[in-house]
Design a protein around this ligand. Structure first.
Ligand code: NAP
Ligand code: ZN
Ligand code: ZN
Length: 348
């Protein structure tokens, strides 16, 4: 057991502060990673504020981790000292169930182990990436392609895969009319990836304040959802809507934007329930779906895809001391487009 400096929430909804957490001794299949950067995902905020249910505290969030390999266990073959690596939302699973075997570890029937606040297979509670080092079993460690800088690559480990996976699953490509709702951390990745897949991309944001950014990121069109005219003008015009909003939206209005057989995929996970009117589905044989991050194999595929297409997150690197302020800005939709913690500042 070793201890490392981390930023953690001491209790539900309490500000995060500097603390020390434990990391396990390196097992034969473990990789010790010196963390360089950790992105701030809205899920970190939902979790430490209790939006998704009670947690054990102290809780160090962070599941968008990049860094370099500092040591490897005796039987590790996939990673070597000094390698540039990443860790996303998952750090373990059973490896044996049908979902693990096909690379959908996020649906593991034994319970996929999240990077923080989850019970690991050895019974310990996982602690996340707002910390100096992490120990992860080699199968859940990703390679960061050389073309991607470690800071701007960190958000790919959650925001990237969470948008890439549904865009691939719903076969988005040339000719697909995609709308991305919410231009935050997930949304700005979704726009870039959908554009790189060849789709026609529309951003639906609360206002036009970020329109220039949206178009620069690859959107073809940009509309404000605060303007009721948007919902009239765009009626029936999308095949896929990717809803990345962290709050409740009026599903009925958005379902009306889908063409016949269109699908709205919800990845945003607000604390409160979304209201659904069956008539909005029936009218156009429309579907509503959800998508949960992505498996390890697909996460590597996404990283390689982003390297090939020159896609990274637009980031604001912050010192650890600014985490609580960054949380307030994320909650106010004032993020362009991901805060990334410089792990070198954790001990300041
Ligand atoms: P984020 O950076 O805060 O982005 C969310 C965006 O939603 C905001 O930038 C804003 O975009 C829009 N928004 C916020 N409040 C709104 C409101 N009241 N009404 C309408 N639009 C609003 O958050 P994120 O990190 O991208 O995460 C987004 C959601 O996805 C969170 O709920 C998170 O927990 C969830 N998530 C799910 C998965 C999964 O596997 N399914 C994985 C990661 C995250 P505009 O300013 O452009 O309107
Ligand atoms: Zn996340
Ligand atoms: Zn499994």
């Amino acid at each position: 057991m070793s201890t490392v400096t981390a930023y953690a929430a001491p209790a539900e909804a309490a500000p995060l502060g500097k603390t020390v957490i434990e990391r396990r001794e390196l097992g034969p299949h473990d990789v010790l990673i010196d963390i360089a950067f950790a992105g701030i995902c809205h899920s970190d905020i939902h979790t430490v504020r209790g939006d998704w249910g009670p947690q054990q505290y102290p809780l160090a969030p962070g599941h968008e981790i990049t860094g370099t390999v500092a040591a490897v266990g005796a039987e590790v073959t996939a990673h070597a000292l000094g390698d540039r690596v990443g860790v996303g939302c998952l750090v373990n699973s059973c490896r044996e169930c049908e979902y693990c075997r096909r690379g959908d570890e996020q649906f593991c029937t034994q319970g996929a182990v999240g990077t923080y606040g989850a019970v690991d297979r050895d019974g310990t509670i996982t602690q996340g990436g707002y910390s100096q080092q992490v120990v992860v079993t080699e199968d859940f460690v990703l390679r960061i392609p050389d073309a991607l800088p470690l800071d701007a690559a960190a958000p790919l480990l959650c925001a990237g895969i969470t948008t890439y996976s549904p865009l691939r699953h719903w076969k988005v490509g040339p000719g697909t009319r995609v709308a991305v709702v919410g231009l935050g951390g997930l949304g700005h990745m979704g726009v870039q990836i959908a554009h790189a897949l060849g789709a026609e991309v529309t951003v639906l944001s609360q206002t036009l304040a970020k329109q220039d950014d949206g178009l620069r990121l690859g959107a073809d069109r940009y509309f404000a959802t605060s303007d009721p005219e948007t919902f009239r003008a765009l009626r029936g015009s999308f095949d896929v809507i990717l809803n990345t909003v962290s709050a409740v939206i009026d599903l009925r209005s958005y379902l009306g934007l889908l063409d016949v057989d269109g699908t709205i995929v919800c990845v945003g996970a607000p604390a409160e329930a979304l209201a659904l009117n069956a008539g909005s589905l029936i009218a156009g044989r429309r579907s509503i779906a959800g998508s949960n991050i992505g498996g390890i194999r697909e996460t590597q595929e996404m990283l390689d895809f982003c390297a090939e297409h020159g896609i990274t997150a637009q980031i604001e690197v912050i010192p650890a001391s600014a985490i609580n302020d960054a949380y307030e800005r994320v909650l106010a939709s004032d993020v362009r487009y991901r805060f990334v913690i410089d792990a070198a500042t954790l001990s300041d």
